[in-house]
Structures are given as C-alpha cells and as structure tokens.
Ligand binder design. Structure first.
Ligand code: IVH
Length: 725
C-alpha cells in the first residue's frame, strides 16, 4: 500500500453548473482553485503532472463555467486571471514586460466554428472575411527570448505569466537558438516567444542514458524538455538535445510586419526556427481542413504536438480583440483527442490520502500508450468501478471493472492515465465483481461513505475513520503540513516525514518544532541514519527555526481542514485576523447549528464571502475534535502566525458598477465591456441605485434619464478613456 493521492474531488463536482446553488458554487470554486493550483504546480514546477490534460481542461472549464454563471463570486485571486505558477526560487526571476498568457481550448469542430463567428461578431464585421493562421501546438514549454540590438540578452520561462525564471545560460546552449539575429529589419528590442521541445527520438535515447546511469526517467518529451531547461547547471542542459520553434512575441520596439504570419516569416529570415506546417485560412472550414491534415502528419513529425493553434492574422484586429482573463480572444488551441491502448488489469490497489480518502489504482500489464509506458491508472472511486457515474446514472452501459479484465486506458500527455472502458468479450469466466474494502488498508478502522445532510446524497469517496491513529493519514497530514504552500520546510520532504514518523520522532506538527530541543540525543539519532550528515541536520533545524513566524493563511491551510484549501484559508485568515479568533469562532459556532438565527458565530462564518455551509461545517467539525484542539494548542506554543496585510486596491474603476449606453464610437460594446471588466469593474445592463458610472454615447435614452434622476455619475466615451488611461 502506498499513501500518496491528491485530495478527492468534492461531491459537488457531479452537479451540473446550471443546477448549482450560489453557496455550493462558492465552495466549489474554492475547491477547484486549489485543485487546479495543485495540478499547475505539479505540471509547471515539478514537471510531473498527476492528471491527464483532458482532465485538467475539464476542471478549468468547470471553473470558468461557474465563474461565468456567478460573476459576483469572482475574486481578485481568481484563477482565470493567472497563468502557470509562481517561479521556483532556484532561479533568478525575470519580469515579462508583456505578460505571457495562455490559450483557450476547443475540442470540437463546433467550438472552432463558434470561435470564428465570435471573432467576427466582436469586430462587427458582418460578412467580411477574417484571415487566420493555423499551426501545430507544440507540446513543450514556452520561453521568452529577449534580443536587444539583435543580440540575445536574456531568456525566461513563462512562470506565472508575469514573472518567469531566468534560464539565459541554459538557453545559450541550445544550438538552434541564434545568439544574434541577422537582418535589416531586426528591431532594437524584441522578446521572441516560442516553444522549447525535445524530439521523440532524442527523448528515448536520453531516457535510455538516464536509466543506465540510474537517474530520473522522464514520462514524456515535454517533461524531459522542461527538466532539461530548468537545470541549475547549464552543462547538463547543453548535454540535452533541446530544440525551439518561434511563434509569438512580447515587447517589441517595432515589428517587421503587420500580420501574424508576416512577423513569423521575419523570424525565419532572422535565423529563428519556425514551424513549416503554418498556413493561412479564411474560414472555419479552412482551419478544420488544416487541423485534419496536421492530425494525419502527427505520427511522422518526430516531435509531440497536442493540437493546432489558430490566430487572427491581422495585428490591428488582434489588438482590438484583446484578451479575456488569461487568454487572447484572437487565438484558440484546438486540441487532439486523448490517446488510448488496451491492456490487462492485474490488480486493484487502494491508496489512503491525507483526508482518509480511499482511492483505487489500477495495476496494469505495462502497455505503450502513445509513446509512454503505462502501468498504473486511476479508477477514480468505488462507484466508477461498479459502472456508476457521479450523477448516480450508469456509465459504460453499467459495465463494472474486474481484476483480470482487459481494459482500455487513456492518457493525454500525463503521468497517471485512466481506465475508461472494459473489453467485455475478453472477460475471463473466473473474474469476480470487485469488493471495495470497508476497512482502511493502513489502520484497519472502518471506512465509510458519508451522506450529505443537505442533499441526502452519498459521498463518492469512501474514507477511513481512523483520523490521527491512521498512519497513512498522519503521515499524509504531516506531509501536507510541511508542503510548499503550507510551512514549506526545506529538507523536510516526503521521505524525511515518513522516516521521522517511523522512527517515532515526529507524530504531529508541533513535534517538528520541538525536535531539536526535545532531547539532546535527537541530533545524533538522526545523524547516524541513512544519508543524514551533520550539515543536513543543522540545515534542517535552521529551516525549522525560520518558520516559527508564518503568515496566518499558510498556517490555517497547513492544518489540513477538509475543504479548506489555500483560497478558503486566506478568506478565513482575512476575516478572523488571528488563529485564536478563528478557533474561538469555530467552537462557538459548534452550538446548535440548526438554529442558524440564534447562533451568531455560525451565521458570521457562513456569511464570509466565498465560505458556505459545507466549508463552515468542516471548520466546526475540525475544532470539535479534542485531538485537533490539543494539536493546535501544542503548535501555537511553538509557532506565531502573522496576520495578513490589507489588500491593495486596483484601478480607478475597480469594484465599481458601470453601464454603457447609447452608441459608442471608439469601441464596440463588447470591447467596452471587456475593457471595464479587465479593470476590475462590474458591467451592468441597467441603471439602478447601485450603479456608479454611466458611460453615455450619442442617442442615449431612458438609461441616461434614469442615471440623472438617481444622481449617478454620467460621463462620455472620451471621459471614460481619460479615467482609465
Ligand atoms: S501562441 C498569447 N502558438 O501553448 C498566446 N502557443 O496553451 C501565445 N504553444 O503557453 C501562445 N504551440 O506554451 C502559441 N504554435 C503555438 C504554440 C503555443 C505551443 C503553447 C504555449 C502556450 C500554450 C497555451
């Protein structure tokens, strides 16, 4: 048995967005925020994703759909405003003068047709034509190369989109990237952007070398490219065969053309590698034809691609279209469907997570799925194995999954793929339905499926009830406690937490801080064990010491309360201001929950923006557990959580409600709306007492009158530009 699973998805996940209540939507947004952030970190920082791209895209879509349905739930830390993750502290940082953004995804022909129609509608072009480029979407990692006076001066990864990692020395070792650009029309300053990738053949040879040397094996060429570029020793990067395609740009003092394809052609003239499969098309049919052409060529390319990217060709139109949250409105990534293979399911393993969730993992006869050898796949949960979906309805025509079955596995550029179906004809006569354990494989406690008191629905996840007596949960909790976004204690990773737990040195969080002082012998006890030298022990103790003061939100997050991820931890920390206040509120809110009116503490907690009954219930339950209160008290003797600083306010219109009326002359209504929203304003369709500003163009009628009667500020389009510029 192993004990490392990401936390299980919330049961709300099975409710269609249209049917979500506002409060549930808030809870789910918070849960999704953390889940997505976790996957982002695995993908961008660790180069080791845990879910398929398709699964990730699904989470992201659900997030966006919920935000679209409940715009009022959007907060300043909305994920739709962010790309990638914080950069690793291993590297110096480079701030991108123009942010590096992401692309919106499409999976069907209809979505591509809708994209083309949307672009035309936005630009108010009627039947007029718009040209688009179409080119392969390279499965590597994006990189921004800064050239000044034609010379390469720096290179940065995307990072969180605003700040990337300085990989200049490493990029200089990539033979295909010119140190100097050649040409009359090379501007003084230009950030050339594109994808660093590795050829399939080079990837296989690299893995063979790594295996021989007993070093890290990469799951796919993308991870190999990322791992090779993000090296502290550029000699290692130099030994890895990295390649590059240029396809975009950031800051530029001048541009060599006024179209997308024109600029990329100039890149090629200047000596940068560009992709030969780039074409121009004039409608959705042309884009889709090229998508199919590239799909047909995919296996022969010799490098991984995961779709086709479409971009509006004229740069003036790109500028008018602008951006919506984290991606340009003028571009679209049309993804390829996931890859599948058939193999035999040998065994079902049950892993126990931090919250006690029992997750089934398929142990497969190793099989090659689109270039990656797969031997583990997720089976999601008990119902999934039985052929029942999240909504209680049959999936796979109700066919269950049995040990011995021949199954279809699917992956999409990931590490942990999923079992998607069963080849029933091949089921051995002896195969028996799988009995999901009702006791925890780690501690033997009962494992139960909770019933949501509000909906009466059974949780999809079975959980161990052993709490802290369960070694799997205790270790997982400790691992969570020291993890990067919690206490972030350097030198105390998964391996060390396991070892310290087994040696009896650390059983609960406070033990970490008493480790050094508890007994003089502890130093020697650690020092003489596998791999621990004097320096590493001294460094560990220093790292622990440095965390005796820690931001309150991290502290709350580190406690590992169910449903309290980073986002909700921040909300609770902001609202209560101290750990003691939060604890006291939770204890007070424990009283008669049914009597919502009588219980002020409970009412206060569920009224916090973004915190609903599900989260509040989890907080209350956590503090209701005497063991948790003791563990917290012990911890508070060692650690001093620091209250959060106030948040800075944004643009002059941020938080204001704006109404546009009359005809606008400098921008379309959609552009105006997008601009206002980008600046943090809420755009409303009608004027009310809550309206802050009305932007009125010629021909404005009843809305203008109403604004005047309500004494709402009325400005012209020009004044609007002045205000926001
Ligand atoms: S254009 C503002 N073109 O896909 C948008 N991106 O999912 C600039 N990618 O971050 C990106 N091939 O790492 C563009 N031909 C291509 C691409 C491409 C791969 C990557 C890039 C981007 C990600 C978005």
């Amino acid at each position: 048995m192993s004990a490392s699973t990401p936390s299980a998805p919330s049961p709300l996940r099975s409710i269609p967005v249209e049917a979500l209540a506002r409060e549930d939507a808030a809870n789910e947004l918070a849960a999704l925020t953390d889940e997505i952030a976790g996957h982002d970190r695995r993908y961008y920082e660790d180069d080791a994703p845990l879910v398929t791209d398709a699964e990730y895209d699904r989470l992201r879509r659900r997030y966006e759909d919920i935000e679209a349905r409940f715009p009022e739930l959007k907060t300043e830390d909305s994920l739709s405003e962010k790309v990638g993750v914080q950069v690793s502290s291993k590297f110096a940082k480079i701030t991108h003068s123009v942010p590096m953004l992401s692309l919106a995804n499409a999976f069907s022909d209809e979505e591509v047709e809708e994209f083309v129609a949307r672009v035309k509608r936005f630009l108010n072009l009627g039947d007029g034509e718009v040209a688009f480029t179409a080119e392969p979407k390279i499965d590597g990692l994006s990189c921004s190369l800064r050239y000044e006076k034609g010379r390469l001066v720096s290179a940065a990864t995307r990072g969180d989109g605003a700040v990337g990692e300085d990989v200049t020395a490493n990029v200089r070792t990539i033979g295909e990237i010119p140190q100097k650009l050649a040409g009359q029309d090379v501007p003084d300053v230009i950030d050339v952007r594109g994808e660093v990738y590795m050829d399939a053949e080079d990837f296989i040879a690299l893995n063979a070398r790594q295996a021989e040397a007993g070093k890290q094996i990469f799951a796919n060429p993308r991870n190999a490219a990322a791992g090779s570029l993000r090296q502290l020793d550029s000699a290692i990067t130099a030994s890895r065969p990295l390649r590059f395609f240029a396809y975009a740009w950031g800051e530029a003092s001048a541009l060599p053309a006024d179209t997308q394809h024109g600029v990329v052609q100039a890149f090629a003239r200047w000596g940068l590698p560009t992709n030969p499969l780039t074409i121009l098309a004039h409608d959705a049919a042309g884009l889709l034809a090229h998508y199919r052409h590239i799909g047909g060529e995919r296996a022969k390319l010799g490098y991984d691609i995961d779709g086709v990217v479409y971009k509006v060709d004229r740069l003036d139109l790109q500028r008018r279209l602008g951006f919506v949250s984290r991606s340009p409105r003028w571009a679209l990534a049309h993804k390829f469907p996931a890859e599948q293979a058939v193999t035999v399911l040998n065994e079902i393993d049950i892993q126990v997570g931090r919250t006690g969730a029992l997750t089934p993992v398929a142990k497969l006869a190793p099989v090659n799925v689109g270039g990656v050898v797969v031997s583990n796949a997720t089976l999601h949960n008990e119902d999934y194995i039985r052929g029942i979906g999240g909504d209680g309805q049959p999936i796979r025509d109700g066919v269950d999954i049995r040990v011995g079955d021949t199954v279809v596995v699917q992956r999409a550029g990931d590490v942990i793929p999923q079992v998607v179906s069963v080849v029933l004809e091949k089921r051995p006569a002896s195969a028996q339905p799988y009995h999901f354990p009702d006791v925890c494989p780690a501690c033997g406690s009962h494992a139960v499926r909770e019933v949501d008191p509000k909906t009466g629905k059974q949780d999809a996840v079975r959980r161990c009830t052993g709490g802290l007596i369960c070694p799997a949960q205790a270790v997982e909790r400790l691992r969570h406690f020291v993890s990067r976004n919690a206490f972030d204690i350097e030198g105390l990773g998964e391996k060390q937490v396991h070892a310290f737990y087994e040696w009896g040195l650390v059983k609960e969080p406070a033990d970490i801080f008493t480790l050094e002082a508890r007994n003089a012998a502890s130093l020697q006890r650690i020092e003489n064990r596998d791999g621990w030298g004097k320096t590493s022990v001294t460094n560990l103790f220093a790292a622990i010491e440095s965390r005796r003061k820690i931001a309150l939100d991290r502290f709350v997050f580190a406690l590992g309360i169910r449903h309290v991820g980073e986002t909700n931890a921040r909300r609770l920390a902001r609202h209560y201001g101290s750990m003691e206040a939060l604890r006291d509120a939770a204890v007070a809110a424990q009283m008669p929950k049914e009597d919502v009116v009588a219980n002020d503490a409970w009412a206060e907690m569920i009224n916090i923006e973004g915190i609903g009954a599900v989260v509040a219930e989890a907080v209350v339950d956590f503090f209701d557990e005497p063991h948790n209160r003791d563990a917290l008290a012990a911890l508070l003797k060692e650690v001093e959580p620091q209250p959060l600083e106030a948040v800075a306010s944004g643009s002059p219109v941020s938080g204001k409600t704006v109404v546009f009326t009359g005809s606008l002359e400098k921008m379309t209504r959609d552009e105006a709306k997008a601009m206002a929203e980008r600046l943090g304003a809420k755009v409303a369709g009608s004027v009310s007492a809550k309206t802050d500003i009305v932007v009125a163009g010629p021909g404005a009628g009843s809305k203008l009158e109403k604004a005047r009667s309500l004494n709402v500020q009325v400005i012209t389009e020009d004044e609007w530009f002045e205000l926001v510029s």
